[in-house]
Design a protein around this ligand. Structure first.
Ligand code: FAD
Length: 454
């Protein structure tokens, strides 16, 4: 494995007890483990001098990618495979923990295949096909059923060899991104901590099924610096390159430096993969056409194993649940029924914001979405299949969802008026944003990465 010299304080061996414990005890234990290893990694960072992260920011890179989401990471890894080095700047200190997108289409899986077998790792990590082949429409998750749609009729798995050598997959973005990050040459977190792929465990990812074996023949490198926010871009005269001004935050423990540090990176190409509200797109004066504010949603990320059991006992396994009742309306994404991990997308209207959804209110809404009342309202035009009596789910009634995160999300649909200016290109949500139906958001970003790299 390349870059083995970077393995040190953050090596996988050092954290071996963590992933094993997480896989044995499930998500809740895994979350606790993530928190404890975060504290450990911060402590480790505070004891170092920050030299590795600073070195990465001081050397010239042919390509600088702003944004370490799925688009930016895929682009950096594809470029490395083609012999081009790149540095990814990510303003957050940590990889995303919110599930966000989850359906990976055939084309994205084809693009992932050469990335050290990423498509294989995705298939190994995803839930069983039977858990996600259907959409379910109901008046409560344990209430009357309106109907189900099997999106893979006559298929026993998600492959369609007549369409693609790679199958569709269902793996949440917060589990995909660490698999991408595991393929980097270095992941610079806090000053002085240079995390090689082998140390991925400190990010709270699932233990890799097998070690990642990057292409050893490539001399190019792809590194990512966390806590580095691109603040301003200056195009060089004559379009010969650009200077990117970057603010680098202190390490997570705030111990090595106490204030942010500014860098000016000179580079030949910049790619803005900094998401739908891309500051770089706006700083380049590139407008957009469409509707950036189609609907406002509150995303409640929660774990409720008893709900997953109740769904299984009714043979209601599905990827998406559309719940309509006079008590609550929501779309529930079953990110992983094995762990009982869900996101409920709840529409809301201004002036309500995320502050109107404290944990107790979310639990109350989720109980209503779970439903169970056998006498829900009749929806015009539907004849509901009767529900089992609420008493059929005693463990569901006796339990509570554990809320992990509550976020506001603005669903938009827009396209940038231009995809590039001089030596800067836009990619992913920075260039175009989609409503989630059709799973075009992340998949199109991965497609952009491939289109830019080759
Ligand atoms: C809360 C939420 C829920 C979503 N749910 C769904 C869903 O259910 N289904 C679906 O299809 N899609 C969903 N999406 C959209 C989907 O996640 C995106 O299409 C996808 O993440 C796009 O990937 P990207 O890499 O282009 O952008 P992003 O994933 O947004 O990544 C951009 C990255 O750039 C970083 N960044 C921003 N500014 C700077 C800067 N100045 N300097 C350095 N770094 C910067 C950000 O921290 C971020 O990590 C959701 C998005 C959000 C935010």
């Amino acid at each position: 494995m390349r870059g083995a010299a970077l393995l040190g304080l953050c090596s996988r061996r050092r954290f071996q007890a963590g992933p094993r414990a997480a896989s044995e005890t499930g998500l809740l234990a895994s979350s606790a483990w993530v928190r404890s290893t975060r504290a450990l990694s911060s402590k480790t960072a505070s004891a170092t001098d920050g030299s590795a992260r600073l070195r990465a920011l001081e050397q010239p890179w042919p390509v600088v990618i702003v944004g370490g989401g799925p688009t930016g990471l895929t682009l950096g890894l594809l470029l490395r495979g083609l012999g081009v080095s790149s540095l990814i700047l990510e303003s957050r200190q940590w990889l995303t923990e919110h599930p966000q997108a989850h359906l990976i289409n055939h084309r994205a899986m084809e693009i992932f295949r050469p990335l050290a077998g990423l498509s294989r790792d995705i298939q190994d990590a995803q839930p069983d096909f039977e858990d996600w082949r259907r959409f379910v429409y109901c008046q409560g998750l344990t209430g009357p059923l309106l109907g189900t749609v099997d999106h893979f009729p006559r298929q026993t798995d998600a492959s369609r060899p007549d369409l693609s050598p790679e199958p569709l997959a269902h793996l949440s973005q917060h589990r995909l991104v660490p698999l991408l990050a595991a393929r980097l040459d270095a992941l610079h977190q806090c000053p002085g901590v240079s995390c090689h792929a082998g140390s991925l465990a400190i990010w709270g990812a699932e233990p890799a099924a097998r070690p990642v074996q990057n292409d050893a023949s490539s001399r190019a490198r792809c590194e990512m610096v966390m806590g580095a926010r691109a603040a301003r871009l200056e195009e060089a005269a004559g379009g010969r390159g650009a200077t990117l001004h970057v603010d680098v935050s202190p390490d997570a423990a705030g111990a090595t430096t106490t204030s942010s540090k500014a860098f000016a990176l000179s580079t030949s190409f910049v790619v803005a993969a900094d998401g739908a509200s891309s500051a770089l797109r706006r700083s380049l004066g590139i407008g957009s056409t469409g509707e950036p504010d189609m609907q406002r949603l509150i995303n409640v990320h929660f774990v409720w194993p008893e709900l997953a059991s109740a769904l299984r006992s009714q043979r209601r396994e599905g990827m998406l649940y559309f719940v309509y009742s006079s008590e609550a309306t929501a779309v529930l994404v079953a990110h992983d029924l094995r762990r009982g991990e869900f996101v409920a997308q709840i529409p809301h209207f201004a002036p309500k914001g995320v502050e109107s959804f404290p944990e107790a209110a979310c639990v109350d809404i989720l109980r209503k979405v779970a439903g169970g009342s056998a006498s829900s309202d009749e929806l015009p035009g539907f004849s509901s299949a009767p529900a089992r009596a609420p008493s059929s789910f005693p463990s569901l009634r006796a339990s509570s969802p554990r809320i992990l995160d509550v976020r506001a999300w603005r669903m938009g649909g827009f396209v940038a008026d231009s995809y590039h200016r001089a030596r800067t290109a836009l990619a992913g949500d920075a260039a175009h944003a989609f409503p989630p139906a059709g799973a075009l958001g992340m998949n199109t970003g991965v497609g952009d990465a491939q289109a830019l790299a080759w």
